[in-house]
Design a binder for this molecule. Structure first.
Ligand SMILES: NC(=O)c1ccc[n+]([C@@H]2O[C@H](COP(=O)([O-])OP(=O)(O)OC[C@H]3O[C@@H](n4cnc5c(N)ncnc54)[C@H](O)[C@@H]3O)[C@@H](O)[C@H]2O)c1
Length: 378
């Protein structure tokens, strides 16, 4: 049976204790392999229906891939994509898509009610480099938007996932094997907003029982969508330049080591964290990563495929940001507590990036314009 909090409990903002039961017979939640797993039924309908999931900011780098993954697991109609920009025809045809401005609380309430949402994945954000260019907007989207998400999730008893980042650390944090708990004094508004999100989410969890889950991602590398203005974007751009036969100019110094992850690993870690039974989560915010490399190292790996690639380095403001971030991330607690394992390292990521970009026709300059590119008029 799915637990329903009493109306009074909801008005008081109190959430209920989870009832424990087996995985619904439809097998929608594949976590029984984890030792000691106790699966909770709170977020399933009494008949074992799969969860209904809303993704905010879903037209960015991570959203469409996550929607595809979740739709494969839970069904097309159960995953609602949303954003404030106009979707491409492909996105529009792929499943439910709605307009949702993260700053409009009523609009969010309406969507949660109309679509009977159980889980919320909150992707809307201004990333590190873009955030520094428009601090007031970053404060609105990343902080006020997060307040709406927290209240909404409390009000409707949603399981909520909010991504954090290596950018939630700063110059005072240990930069080699940065652990889950360390000094966090970031120097970007992006980092400040993410520390705020981690703390507020954990506070709502302890105070109101909110099922808040958060992973700190490193730089994410993907072939299908354009990056959204982060400090690690160079590690995507290099593949496009190499395959198009263009000169690659890197805005970071060649020795700038940062943690990174291929998108398939990133999205799988998110899903695994989403479905990990509560009793295995020793904390609500975990580091996850796959590899760490410098621009010089990725250049060498890419030159194995494209030996003629020409490279120059012209550090800009993003160098100052990167210099305060972890070089190597310690994700041993995620590996221990809920079995996180990455698949892609630098060479295997290069292989898959080039095969995907070739399949998309990027080398012939026939790459499909994705939603983000359309929206930004790039
Ligand atoms: N991509 C990475 O390397 C990376 C690394 C660590 C964490 N993250 C986190 O993952 C999440 C998704 O990242 P991404 O790379 O897809 O970001 P992105 O910048 O590509 O996409 C963000 C989306 O948010 C939307 N948005 C902006 N303002 C909005 C508003 N008012 N209401 C609703 N939507 C709005 C944008 O239209 C955009 O589609 C972010 O929270 C980011 O901080 C990403």
């Amino acid at each position: 049976m799915r637990f329903r909090a009493s109306v009074l409990g909801k008005l008081l903002g109190r959430s209920s204790n989870c009832m424990q039961s087996r995985v619904p017979s439809g097998g929608v939640c594949d976590v029984t392999h984890l030792p000691g797993a106790v699966v909770t039924s709170r977020h399933y309908h009494p008949n074992g229906d799969p969860p209904r999931i809303l993704i905010t900011g879903s037209l960015g780098q991570l959203g469409s891939g996550l929607a595809a993954l979740l739709r494969e697991k839970y069904g097309r109609e159960n995953v609602i994509m949303s954003d404030i920009i106009k979707p491409s025809k492909e996105t529009w045809k792929s499943g439910p898509y709605v307009f949702a401005d993260i700053l409009d609380f009523k609009c969010l309430q309406e969507i949660v009610v109309t679509y009977r949402i159980d889980w919320l994945v909150h992707f809307s954000a201004l990333l590190s480099a873009i955030g520094e260019q428009n601090v007031p907007l970053a404060i609105r989207v990343n902080i006020e938007g997060l307040h709406n998400v927290m209240e909404l999730s409390k009000q409707y008893d949603l399981r909520v996932f909010v991504p954090s980042t290596i950018g939630a650390f700063g110059p005072d944090s240990p930069r080699d094997f940065t652990p889950n708990v360390a000094i966090q004094r970031p120097r970007t508004i992006y980092g400040v907003s993410k520390v705020h999100a981690e703390l507020l989410g954990e506070y709502y969890h302890h105070k109101f029982g909110l099922d808040f889950r958060c992973l700190r991602f490193p730089g994410v590398i993907s072939a299908d969508t354009q990056p959204g203005g982060g400090t690690t974007d160079y590690a995507v751009q290099i593949f496009h330049d190499a395959i198009a036969g263009e000169h690659f100019e890197c805005y970071l110094r060649p020795d700038t080591r940062l943690p990174m992850m291929y998108i398939d690993d990133c999205l799988r870690s998110l899903w695994e964290m989403l479905v990990t039974p509560e009793n295995l989560l020793k904390r609500r915010t975990y580091n996850v990563t796959a590899m760490s490399f410098t621009p010089a190292e990725i250049v060498a790996a890419v030159q194995k495929h494209f030996p003629d690639l020409k490279v120059s380095y012209r550090p800009d403001d993003r160098q100052k940001i990167a210099d305060t971030w972890p070089k190597v991330f310690d994700d041993s607690e995620a590996r221990r507590d809920w079995g996180w394992r990455h698949v892609y390292d630098l060479p295997s990521m290069c292989d898959i990036m080039f095969s995907k970009l070739r399949a998309a026709g990027v080398e012939n300059n026939t790459a499909l314009a994705d939603d983000a590119v359309l929206a930004r008029g790039m």
